[in-house]
Design a protein around this ligand. Structure first.
Ligand SMILES: [Zn+2]
Length: 104
């Protein structure tokens, strides 16, 4: 399977594309494959990654948080979520608490 064309990206390219889903979305939306900031999350990617229970290296902080909350909603323990998302379990607990407050 061909890899994404963007430097340092080890994600396989999307079907019949030269870049991966994440970079394609960034290119389409921002014209910049490296565009990444706390407030940016690709909704489609997030749902997919929750299903696959994985987080790509290039994920933004917000994407990690959304995936963490999504996995929590599916009943995954905070410790396991922390492993998948590669943050401290405390961080997962904090994100969960914040999300509950916002939802209430
Ligand atoms: Zn890529």
């Amino acid at each position: 399977m061909p890899q994404c064309n963007i430097d340092d990206c080890t994600t396989p390219a999307a079907h019949r594309r030269t870049v991966c889903h994440k970079h394609r979305t960034r290119l389409n939306r921002y014209g910049d494959p490296d565009f990444t900031q706390w407030t940016t999350a690709d909704d489609m990617d997030v749902q997919l990654l929750i299903e696959q229970q994985r987080v790509p290296d290039g994920a933004t902080r917000l994407e990690r948080r959304l995936i963490a909350v999504g996995l929590s909603d599916r009943g995954m323990s905070a410790e396991r979520v922390a492993e998948v998302v590669a943050v401290a379990p405390r961080t997962v607990h904090r994100w969960r608490a914040k999300t509950r407050q916002t939802a209430a």
